[in-house]
Design a protein around this ligand. Structure first.
Ligand code: PMT
Length: 395
């Protein structure tokens, strides 16, 4: 809890969480104590409420690491603009923000502040950053604020916050028993020991999918090209360099999977020959001969049987037409179209804008969202298709 007038709702929140079956431990920022006492919250949660790093009376240490490890979810409610800014930038100057930085569990924030503070570009930027790190934002409500002004900024009602958490944990069971292969990142096709052909994929979209699938209880095999990202904890990671390596690893892994999401940006061509030594520059123009790489998605499409196959289409023109051709040709269940004509979509950034195209001609267009939210939309569709299919047959 942080220092906001909405802290008065915290007592009810703790009560409701306990009633929903949760074990609750409260951590407060020093300012939060001005709004509600630790005694109230300690009584309701049946646990002492740490505020400082250590108890000045006896030196007892409040370990942010063990608190972060203990929790299945960290909920910051109310979350002030100040704490959101600290979380977004890694400022660990109180117990609560150090717990946040140490926590490996899902993190939810329920912002509470005046409408102008909430609408300020800095706050919105910080919230976007937090979402891009995989945190969940429980949107504030509109209504009368402590200042007397009307607008968006009131912390969501405790019932709403508890419902969001309950829904989150319910969803965790949705994909238990399923094993899903996710390909992510770029492939690298060496030309000689110092040069290569590749593309701009960062792996963010694929890693977000792996995290989302894992969060919903699936066993995830993340088959990744070279990326500068930390894979989500608990997923099985297979690292490869080239399209050829990805092809072999994917064909093997897919056999034990119930489905695959092909998010990697795979090179369609690779040098015919890889030089052993650095190719020396010459005066004349130089021609590099390329050969086709195997189409991994198409290969999985041939062997899929009842498994679910989701592909991506990264387009720059005739988007729908090209995506539909890929959907059919590679025998996918549905394809996720993203276009480089949409600013903020595709490579590198933290956002994407996608359209899902299904075999039966259905199409769903989504707004620009964080890649984690896009992953959630894609996994929703996977669940929907799975529910409409007979049990996946693995062979
Ligand atoms: O990694 P990020 O920076 O977050 O960027 C995300 C992304 C833009 C890479 C991602 O959203 C995306 O669009 N991935 C697919 C990129 C791509 O190669 O698209 P494509 O239209 O060329 O390929 C169509 C499908 O066939 C894809 O599912 C691709 O993985 C697959 N493919 C392509 C070629 C090949 N040899 N084997 C394949 O399996």
């Amino acid at each position: 809890m942080t220092g906001s007038i909405a802290a008065y709702k915290a007592a009810i929140l703790v009560r409701l969480l306990i009633r929903a079956g949760a074990e609750v431990r409260v951590v407060m920022t020093p300012t939060a104590k001005a709004f509600i006492t630790p005694l109230t919250l300690a009584t309701l949660s049946k646990s002492p409420v740490p505020v400082e790093f250590f108890n000045p009376e006896n030196g007892a240490w409040n370990s942010h690491v063990s608190l972060g490890e203990w929790a299945d979810a960290l909920l910051i409610a109310p979350a002030t603009a100040c704490t959101l800014a600290k979380m977004a930038t890694g400022v660990a100057d109180n117990l609560l923000t150090t717990v946040y930085l140490s926590a490996k569990c899902p993190v939810f924030v329920a912002p509470a502040m005046d409408l102008d503070m909430y609408a300020h570009p800095t706050t919105q930027y910080n919230l976007d950053s937090l979402k891009s790190y995989g945190n969940y934002v429980i949107e504030p409500d509109e209504g009368e604020l402590a200042s007397g002004l009307q607008g968006k900024g009131r912390m969501a009602e405790p019932e709403q916050i508890v419902a969001t958490l309950t829904q989150f944990f319910d969803r965790q069971a949705h994909l238990s028993g399923k094993t899903v292969l996710v390909t992510a990142g770029p492939t690298i096709e060496p030309i000689d020991p110092v040069r290569f052909i590749s593309n701009y994929s960062s792996g963010k979209m694929g890693y977000a999918l792996a995290a989302e699938l894992q969060q919903r209880g699936a066993r995830v095999i993340l088959l990744t090209g070279k990326c500068a990202l930390t894979p989500p904890a608990g997923v099985q990671v297979l690292e490869v360099l080239t399209a050829e390596e990805m092809y072999h690893a994917a064909c093997t892994a897919f056999k034990s999977c119930d489905g695959a999401v092909m998010c990697a940006a795979v090179a369609d061509y690779t040098p015919q020959q890889v030089a052993d030594a650095k190719i020396k520059k010459q005066e004349e123009a130089w021609t590099l001969t390329l050969r086709r790489t195997p189409d991994i998605a198409a290969a999985l499409g041939e062997m899929k049987g009842d498994r679910l196959l989701v592909g991506f289409a990264l387009e720059t023109d005739h988007e729908q037409q090209n995506a539909r051709l890929k959907l059919e040709r590679k025998n996918m269940d549905f394809i996720v179209l993203n276009s480089l004509r949409d600013q903020g979509a595709g490579f590198g950034g933290d956002t994407n804008k996608v359209t899902l195209l299904c075999r039966n001609g259905d199409q769903t267009d989504f707004e620009m969202k964080s890649k984690r939210e896009v992953a959630s939309d894609i996994v929703d569709e996977m669940e929907r298709v799975w529910h409409s299919k007979p049990q996946a047959a693995q062979s």
